[in-house]
Design a protein around this ligand. Sequence first.
Ligand SMILES: *[C@@H]1O[C@H](CO)[C@@H](O)[C@H](O)[C@H]1NC(C)=O
Length: 509
Amino acid sequence: MAERIGASSLKVVSRKSLLFFFIMTSVLFIMSWFFVLRSTSRPHFIDHNLLPNSKLFSTLDGSKSHMQKQNVESSFGNRAILVDSEDVEEASETKARNGKEKLVKHDGKKCNRNDEVVLKVFMYDLPPEFHFGLLDWKPSGNSVWPDVRTNIPGYPGGLNLQHSIEFWLTLDILASEFPQASKARTVIRVQNSSEADIIFVPFFSSLSYNRYSKSKPHVKKSKNKILQEKLVTYLMAQEEWKRSGGKDHLILAHHPNSMLDARMKLWPATFILSDFGRYPPNIANVEKDVIAPYKHLISSYVNDNSNFDSRPTLLYFQGAIYRKDGGLARQELFYLLKDEKDVHFSFGSIGKDGIKKATEGMRASKFCLNIAGDTPSSNRLFDAIASHCVPVIISDKIELPYEDVIDYSEFCIFVRTSDAIKEKFLINFIRGIAKEEWTRMWNKLKEVEHFFEFHFPSKENDAVQMIWQAVARKVPAMRLKLNRFERFSRSPPSTDEGLRSIPVPKNFW
Ligand SMILES: *[C@@H]1O[C@H](CO)[C@@H](O)[C@H](O)[C@H]1NC(C)=O
């Protein structure tokens, strides 16, 4: 009996809860409809066609590049990047005509016609301890800068050199001040920051990390940490930083461990990096930041008369075994490839005599392996390019310099890590690449190698100028962010204190 009562009361309860559930879902359904209707009538959902000047937009869209150029220049005022859009069109027409010619040549000659300069840079006169002072240079007189016409402080050699981007870019800015500077320059230093496209922060952060990140005994903080703190304090006090919140600043952090502390405070700026491996995506990402090549350690292969048959080694790898992160693939690949006769696999980082061996090895190889290590990028890729050894890239998250204008698939082989570690997959794939195809890639390597060469003075479309051009392509997005940032600059100050200090949002960029 008790059981039956229990069962029937259960039925009542479940019927009641079913009814309740039904009513609740109906109410929620009606409410959601209400919100959808409300939100579609809010201004930012307005249909484009309902705008009174949508016609204006469409004429602008369809108008000739000439008009677009005027429009760009007038709206940016002094901060326009002087890129002739007619030339861009011309270039893309040529590209289309050439059909197969997929590689976009960023035509420096055309951009710099009539001495036009791509990028106007304001550079802070930071004390020498942040830059050339790290190279043991001491100022004479009032200037914090060496006179680059007569005295170029040397950058330390060896592994330091691979991250020396900071040095080359700063030299290029300094050289731009002299009238005899090369006509093909891409950058010019301006003394009035309001006239600049970007604000350059000349801190040699990679060198600071390489030389001064270890603290001395009995000293709490390393010099590298102290310099970063000083830099943050300095920047926060500058009118230029306050004006933009750092959004138009350019900061160098090519070594993956450089700026480890300051990056968390200086994130609104654009960074020049080697990859994003050690950055959270809200601090650094491909939209905001610029990837620069490593300076290769192996010297360029001039007068390369080799060919497919004269390079005896099929596949070359030199590097350390990593057991963490993305590096596991290295070990797997070693076991898969170690018994192949024409594959060279050796461990250990490139030391002094190692460079000579690696030079010989890469120049004698058809393909050079680039496997993700403890970071997705490494300078081995640029050593391979300099040696005209077709890179085989096994690094799913690698970021490549100026990939918006260069199609790497024309001279590199990309293999997914998950495929590469399958039995026989990689070796069969590489063996399947015929002499003809290899020769095409080898020729392409010789065409693109100068994009990765650092010079002083900079040369047309060398690495220095390519990096500046990549920065110039970020400027419109910086301007967009800045203008949005300043929307309310003339409005009365907010009375709501809670809205003023907004934390770094995720996916802000
Ligand atoms: C800097 O440039 C801005 C904009 O062109 C101008 O208004 C300002 O007067 C200039 N400042 C100096 C010190 O020349």
